[in-house]
Design a protein around this ligand. Structure first.
Ligand SMILES: Nc1ncnc2c1ncn2[C@@H]1O[C@H](COP(=O)(O)OP(=O)(O)OP(=O)(O)O)[C@@H](O)[C@H]1O
Ligand SMILES: [Mg+2]
Length: 475
């Protein structure tokens, strides 16, 4: 009896050892050959037979072709999941830091997530993200899960926010891709490196800051949460750089509307509808388009675009910026309060802005030639900051030469913006301008004029200092 018992135990333990050995080897084979993934997949489809799933689609655009904010949030969230590494097909991109590689979900891939003990699947379809959840888990998990996505993606956005510059493309009736194309916005401009009165910079900064904080205020008043700026002044005075500085200050994306590519008034409204919140909507050179009629958009179209933000249901946290060389021939309807809240004038260089440029571009806080430069400015000569800064860049290795080149350029400025003769006499009396600098100044300014299209703005000459006219409607 005992012998029989011992024999049975022996057989059983041998059997058990074989089973374990077999299972171990089977696992090794599965892992080594990659069959494990096949088995997992099969197992999942078997599991699926026993569960009822519900699907939720998150489309990229809504029925009026506005971008769906939730789509963007979910995408940011999914791309941050570690399980993205396990999907069959993943895209690799270089990251922001050197040698950084980031993973991005490819269309047609399924990614798995766990939340409060429930398994959730996301299917990345073309232009849709589809959430698949067990019906049994839905009631318990769905709401907190979506809230979780919101929170995580907001945090990630805040951390990795990369600004984008959107440009509109010609309408080819291909609604699938929308009307905007984007590239990363990397313009380094900031208010600090712009030569303008510091008082004005501070006013603009605090205006923008109070706008951003004023959500409740605008809502309480039943007003769209938006602010419109008009930047006007001659070419090369820093209007575009100022827009970039605003975007960097606010961390807003920039939507740069090229009016020549807008097919009609409703197309312009459509572009606005397809922009997102926290953005700068920019129309550069608006005055020229209206004067030359080089756009299919009409004046009423522009007015309704400026007001459109009030009626189109997208009145959330947007700043509109328009630029023009002069307000002289612009229809007053465009400039009326409500359409434009803040008027900012960008004048040609004065001595104060010259000093800021000399400090930034040449590292000069003071120089023996400064009094001479000041006198030339006092006599009315002027160039745009763009012209002066280019001369400084070209001569950055020798600050004295740079200043002499600027002096010569100011005196020889051929389009009469400055008090040419007086300025020239004063320098000649001081015996300063030497031959090469003189020629260099003339040539450099000619080149710069070509570059910045200064001939266009010959008429915009004498401007007072920067003025900020904050109209009513201030937040
Ligand atoms: N106020 C300024 N402070 C510092 N740099 C300036 C300033 N204005 C112009 N610049 C320099 O000149 C270059 C051209 O300026 P910007 O393109 O901003 O001028 P703009 O007013 O937009 O001209 P346009 O009317 O021709 O579009 C900038 O890259 C910048 O380096
Ligand atoms: Mg510009």
């Amino acid at each position: 009896m005992t012998i029989l018992y011992n024999l049975l135990v022996l057989i059983f333990s041998l059997l058990l050892t074989y089973v374990f050995l077999f299972l171990f080897l089977f696992r090794v084979v599965l892992i080594k050959t990659g069959l494990i993934y096949f088995v997992k997949k099969k197992w999942r489809s078997i599991e699926d037979w026993f569960h009822v799933y519900q699907f939720f689609k998150v489309p990229e655009f809504n029925e009026s072709m506005q971008r769906n904010q939730l789509y963007q949030k979910v995408l940011v969230y999914l791309n941050s999941l570690t399980s993205i590494e396990d999907s069959d097909f993943t895209n690799l991109f270089t990251g922001k830091k050197p040698n950084e590689i980031v993973l991005r979900l490819d269309p047609s891939q399924i990614i798995e997530d766990d939340f409060l003990g429930a398994k959730i699947f996301w299917i990345n379809e073309e232009r849709n993200l589809v959430l698949k959840i067990r019906k049994a888990d839905k009631r318990r998990v769905l709401r907190p899960y979506l809230q979780h996505i919101h929170t995580v993606s907001d945090e990630l956005d805040e951390k990795n926010r990369e600004l984008k510059l959107y440009v509109n493309v010609v309408d080819n009736h291909d609604d699938r891709n929308g009307r905007w194309r984007s590239v990363p916005f990397t313009h380094p401009s900031s208010f600090e490196n712009l030569a303008m009165e510091s008082d004005l910079k501070n006013k603009v900064k605090s205006d923008l800051y109070s706008f951003v904080k004023a959500k409740q205020y605008y809502h309480r008043l039943g007003r769209a949460w938006k602010r419109s700026y008009l930047l006007y002044g001659p070419s090369g005075t820093g209007k575009s750089s100022f827009i970039a500085a605003m975007a960097n200050f606010l961390s807003y994306d920039v939507y740069d509307i090229d009016l020549s590519k807008v097919s009609d008034d409703s197309d312009l409204k459509f572009l606005l509808l397809q922009s997102t919140t926290k953005s700068l909507i920019v129309i550069e050179d608006l005055g020229r388009y209206l004067m030359e009629k080089s756009t299919a958009v009409t004046l009423p179209g522009i007015l309704s675009f400026m007001d459109g933000i009030l009626t189109s249901g997208c009145g959330e946290e947007r700043v509109m910026v328009f630029t023009m060389n002069s307000k002289d021939h612009v229809d007053p309807a465009i400039l009326r309060p409500g359409r434009i809240d803040v008027h900012l004038h960008f004048p040609l260089c004065n001595f104060t802005s010259f000093k800021t440029l000399a400090n930034s571009y040449l590292g000069l806080k003071d120089h023996k030639l400064f009094p001479q430069v000041e006198e030339i400015f006092r006599n009315g000569a002027s160039l745009s900051p763009a012209e002066i800064s280019e001369l400084m860049i070209a001569n950055r290795n020798s600050p004295s030469r740079a200043l002499k080149t600027v002096i010569n350029a100011l005196q020889t400025d051929g389009d009469g913006r400055g008090a040419l003769n007086i300025g020239r006499r004063s320098v000649e009396e001081n015996g300063e301008p030497s031959g090469p600098f003189y020629k260099e100044g003339i040539n450099a300014v000619k080149e710069l004029k070509k570059l910045y299209g200064l001939l266009r703005v010959k008429s915009c000459r004498q401007y007072p200092s920067f003025d900020l006219i904050c109209r009513q409607n201030e937040g």
